[in-house]
Design a protein around this ligand. Structure first.
Ligand code: G4P
Length: 533
């Protein structure tokens, strides 16, 4: 997908941007790595060590977790920081362990992903799921094998596991020297350097020693003889057996370079960041139904990939996160909100500079800006300088689990409706209002989302709720010619509901029902996804 060869050179401000996400299984070290990124990005002075334990902390955005646990002010789902000549935009992937649409949509806003794995555990379930989502989008992936300061698996075994489990070629960007207590550092295979870990200071950048290949006598000054012999053997074998680094193949998503390190010891992090900067993709073209939007186009376009409500509990405002697809944005610009066809003055956009939330004076293609609003901006919405664009590829999935929901206090039904609508707009759940009877049916993709919702409704709206089994198990959006649709709705009243956009949904328990509708109403289309627009 990412053939850079015949693309025009990007304006320097755009060309230096790297917009990416980190994917990992819980506990692999995503938060620690993020913290070190910020440290090297100059955003924070010292990485804190305070942290909450257990599942509770995972239900919130990991960046919020960072903020709460460590007093670092980030309050965002996206953070920007400079590293060398590069501007990094790191987009947070939701922290909880169920796959959710949120995750999918986050990954529509990035150009690359870092996959963090635990050196002792290898590829875990959540990593695999997230990896598959990246693959759907052919995202280039950089791999960081973390916790090498602990007993880890044999290096070849880790690489084999990634290759076999994820069906992607792996090339070592660095090679670990020892592991656990014996872990000395890495041999940098891309730059022929020796990187030595400093155990005394966790926040110190590793000592880097330029080496002239593996036969350089300087190596022996730093690496004990037995470890050196093993290193030489392994690197020789790796070079013979594993593919060399090839940028094009990496950009196309066929090959992942792997770095070994220890995030908590700040080791390997800088090399990984150099990797993203030097080899990672600059902002990529985005698909809109009508055409492809190139980042270097002078006019500003962007799409909303996430809406977050209640970031500040005192205000009921929402922030819509917009990925700029093209152009140079400046504060105060008037943009067309394509769905409502209304102009919007973007007067107080927020750029999430890691040091703090800051008003964005300007932003470029590839950047993520937050736009505070009262609910006008929804996921999938396009903002342009006038063109009627519709970005594609931001789907809404039919939920796989449906439950009824009730407020603990029946007098609070209206409050509940408001809360549910807000979560539907955020994309945190599907909310269906059946046309017969009262109450709502909530649909999610992963079971844990019900718990997350219940706890958020309780916290943010002081409203205890109960989820209960629903008679339905599937939902399909229904579209077609009006006459046929009306006839269908009339006959199937008990199965019809509306989603929060007012679109018609058919609820059922049986695949057989869906087949029957498709047979009896050939002009209707039943669909398991809906493009968010
Ligand atoms: P997550 O966001 O992916 O869930 O992982 P997080 O960074 O929170 O790290 C999970 C645990 O792994 C933390 O330990 C963290 O300190 C530890 N960790 C991260 N990187 C490394 C590393 O390079 N080496 C080692 N040995 N451990 C690492 P915890 O017990 O949950 O917290 P704490 O008590 O250590 O702070």
């Amino acid at each position: 997908m990412l053939d850079q060869s015949n693309r025009p050179a990007l304006p320097p401000e755009i060309g230096r941007r790297r917009t990416f996400a980190i994917i990992s299984h819980p506990d692999a070290g995503k938060t620690t790595l993020t913290e070190k990124f910020l440290l090297y990005g100059g955003a924070i002075q010292m990485a804190g060590q305070v942290r909450a334990k257990g599942e509770a902390r995972r239900t919130r955005s990991d960046f919020m977790k960072l903020e709460q646990d460590r007093g670092i002010s980030v309050s965002a789902s996206a953070m920007s920081f400079d590293f060398g000549n590069y501007r990094f935009n790191l987009v947070d992937t939701p922290g909880h362990s169920d796959f959710s649409e949120d995750t999918y949509r986050t990954l529509t806003a990035v150009d690359a992903a870092i996959m963090v794995i635990d050196g002792a555990k290898g590829v875990e379930s959540q990593t695999r799921k997230l990896f598959e989502v990246c693959r759907l989008r052919d995202l280039p992936i950089l791999t960081f094998c973390n916790k090498m300061d602990r007993e880890a698996r044999d290096t070849f075994e880790i690489i084999d596991e990634i290759q076999e489990n994820l069906a992607i070629d792996v090339t070592p960007a660095s090679w670990p020297i020892g592991m656990g207590r014996e872990f000395l550092g890495c041999y940098d295979m891309l730059n022929d350097r020796l990187e030595l870990m400093d155990r005394a200071d966790r926040n110190k950048v590793a000592e880097s020693i330029k080496i002239d290949g593996l036969d350089d006598p300087k190596l022996a000054e730093h690496v004990p003889a037995d470890q050196l012999e093993k290193l030489r053997e392994e690197v020789e074998m790796a070079r013979a057996l594993l593919p060399p680094f090839d940028r094009q193949s990496f950009l196309e998503g066929h090959l992942t370079p792997i770095w070994f390190g220890s995030a908590i010891n700040s080791f390997g992090v800088k090399e990984l960041m150099d990797g993203i900067g030097n080899y990672g993709p600059p902002p990529q073209p985005q698909n809109a139904g009508e055409r492809q939007i190139a980042p270097e186009e002078p006019k500003v376009t962007g799409f909303v990939f996430k809406v977050q409500a209640n970031m500040d509990p005192k205000h009921r405002d929402r922030v819509a996160f917009v990925r700029l697809a093209s152009g140079h944005f400046t504060r105060g610009m008037k943009l067309l909100h394509v769905r409502s066809k209304k102009p919007m003055a973007i007067s107080n956009p927020v750029l999430f500079l890691a040091s703090d939330r800051e008003l964005a004076e300007e932003a470029w293609a590839g950047d993520i800006i937050g736009i505070p609003n009262h609910g006008q901006l929804r996921i999938g919405d396009a903002l342009t300088e006038g063109e009627q664009l519709r970005f594609t590829g931001i789907p809404s999935f039919a939920p796989e689990l449906l439950q009824g929901v009730r407020a603990g206090d029946p007098m609070k039904a209206k409050h509940l409706e408001k809360a549910l609508m807000q979560f539907a707009e955020e994309g945190a759940a599907k909310v269906f209002k059946p046309s017969v009877g009262s109450g709502f049916i909530v649909g999610v993709v992963g079971a844990l989302q019900f718990d997350v919702l219940a706890s958020r409704i309780e916290q943010e709206y002081s409203l205890p709720v109960r989820f209960e089994p629903s008679q339905f198990t599937s939902a399909r959006w229904v579209t077609g010619p009006k006459a046929e649709l009306d006839k269908f709705i009339n006959v199937n009243k008990g199965h019809i509901a509306h989603d929060h956009d007012g679109d018609i949904v058919y609820l059922t328990r049986l695949q057989w029902d869906i087949d029957r509708v498709e047979r009896d109403y050939p002009e209707l289309k039943l669909s398991a996804t809906k493009e968010m627009m």
